[in-house]
Design a binder for this molecule. Structure first.
Ligand code: FAD
Length: 473
């Protein structure tokens, strides 16, 4: 059979791959998008960002109903119909995936469902349900993503030991749920299951959950978890697991030399992600991998093979959907001859716990570690009228400012809806805005966005709703 010829083939249709295919088609390139699964959208749409946020929203309602007692409105205990909840979540994924299909069609992107395998630097073999076919291309963009890491000691083949993929399926609400790993995936799913009624224990080997975020931003999440979860155990390692009837026997090292065993109904392992590089045929190309198995790229998303680019999770760095989408743009721009590179680009991070944590640019901890002189200003949400109207004063907005230039180098927010608010921080840091720019921009009242403006006013010692004298005075 004659090979199909194309200018660009994109392997993997997650937020990196479909964004790359669409952008290349918008630039009038002939594009084929290869995806091994029936539904487009990758991990993000099918078993990551979207289903987790849908469940977090649904279960947040349970907590809000409980809290509304304080406002004189009382609801009865929730009746949870797991099947209905799963159907609702599924309907969102279907709508979104349908939208991606339609957009691909409108742009003339050809979609091939099958598993891609590189035969050489310019040939991709695709195993489809109808058989094999070959694609000859000028350039390939590899966007095959990542999957949950499952250490051998936990991999018993027991379905009660879950990754985020199974946990999002919501097969049941376990009574006793152990979450191994206090990163954002573990903490978000812990929030979902705790609201549904599970007794959640989170164990984290390090001395803090949500490492990467500044400790003052993490604190309100720890406070919430202490109330909503059964326990958060830091500096604790899970050594092994074994099947014990309908439960899982877990052996822990509590960090003080004591080894303990405990039984759980289910375990969620969320200890990191590994790239999907195996069986991709990369050895038949010049593509090189780094020591962790991610594809090595330069700031133009070029691999060591001049015909192959890599983007998204498989290219390492921060494993987030919007980073994948940005890299898609860079790869397409570079291979269509534009000047483009991943240079000093601000990638925000959001943890959708309760409350949410979001940050971008330089963190206070990074500034300290790198000895960068900064001034940190904070506006506590207890002083925000809007935060009081939702009973959510457990928030904080802070700016990391370069003292001489008054430039905003970083923004950190913890609180209800922090994920929505950080967008303004991204624009400020990306555009090199100064504290004065933020302080002098009129923000609508009453909104949480005012906390960004007031934090900037704190820098000048004249925030209306909090009293802080400028240090130099
Ligand atoms: P992926 O989304 O992993 O897509 C890769 C695609 O390639 C898949 O569809 C796969 O089937 C396909 N593929 C693999 N191998 C082949 C092959 N050989 N041939 C053909 N196709 C192949 N990120 C955020 O930014 N915000 C969030 O809130 C967020 N929440 C998350 C929650 C969870 C539970 C998880 C697991 C992840 C979350 N992420 C979140 C991370 C986000 O999902 C990933 O960073 C993002 O999906 C990476 O996009 P990608 O395009 O690189 O790869």
């Amino acid at each position: 059979m004659e090979p199909i010829k194309t200018e660009i083939v994109v392997v993997g249709a997650g937020p990196g791959g479909y964004a790359a295919a669409f952008y290349a088609a918008d630039k009038r390139k002939k594009v084929i998008l290869v995806e091994q699964e029936k539904r487009l959208g990758g991990v993000c749409l099918n078993r990551g960002c979207i289903p987790s946020k849908a469940l977090l929203h649904a279960t947040r309602m349970i907590e809000e109903a409980k809290e509304s007692v304080n406002r004189g409105i009382t609801f009865g205990p929730p009746q949870i119909n797991l099947e209905k909840l799963r159907e609702w979540k599924e309907s969102i994924l279907q709508k979104l995936a349908g939208g991606i299909n339609q957009l691909a069609q409108k742009r003339g992107v050809q979609i091939l469902h099958g598993r891609g395998h590189f035969e050489d630097s310019q040939t991709l073999r695709v195993e489809t349900q109808e058989g094999q076919l070959f694609i000859k291309y000028d350039h390939a963009i590899v966007a095959v993503g990542s999957k949950s890491a499952m250490p051998k000691a936990f991999d018993l083949g027991n379905p009660r030991i879950m990754t985020s993929r199974e946990a999002l399926e919501l097969e049941e609400i376990p009574q006793e749920l152990l979450i191994v790993g206090g990163g954002y995936i573990g903490m978000e799913l812990g929030t979902v299951y705790a609201a549904l009624g599970s007794k959640v224990v989170v164990v984290e080997a390090l001395d803090s959950i949500l490492t990467g975020a500044d400790p003052d931003l993490v604190r309100p999440v720890v406070n919430y978890a202490r109330k909503a979860f059964k326990e958060v155990r830091l500096k604790t390692k899970v050594l092994k697991m074994a099947t014990s009837g309908k439960q899982i026997k877990v052996t822990f090292d509590d960090g003080q030399g004591e080894v303990k065993e405990e039984l759980f109904d289910r375990v969620l392992v969320s200890v990191g992600r590994v790239p999907n590089c195996a069986d991709l045929g990369l050895a038949n190309t010049k593509v090189e991998l780094d020591e962790k198995g991610f594809i090595r790229t330069n700031e133009k998303q070029q691999t060591s093979d001049p015909h192959i680019y890599a983007i998204g999770d498989v290219a390492g760095g921060v494993l987030l959907a919007h980073k994948a989408t940005k890299e898609a743009r860079i790869a397409v721009e570079v291979l269509t001859g534009e000047e483009s590179a991943f240079d000093q680009i601000v990638i925000p991070a959001v943890v959708f716990t309760d409350p949410e944590v979001a940050w971008c640019g330089l963190t206070e901890a990074e500034a300290k570690a790198k000895n960068i002189s900064v001034e940190v200003v904070k506006f506590p949400w207890a002083a925000s009228g809007r935060a009081l109207t939702f009973d959510r004063t457990d928030g904080l907005t802070k700016l990391i400012i370069e003292p001489e230039s008054e430039r905003i180098l970083g923004v950190g927010i913890v609180g209800h809806g922090a994920g929505e608010l950080i967008g303004e921080g991204v624009v400020a840091v990306e555009m090199g805005a100064t504290a004065r720019d933020l302080a002098e921009s009129v923000h609508p009242h009453p909104t949480l966005s005012e906390t960004l403006m007031e934090a900037a006013e704190v820098f000048y010692g004249h925030a209306t709703h909090t009293f802080v004298r400028k240090k130099s005075e």
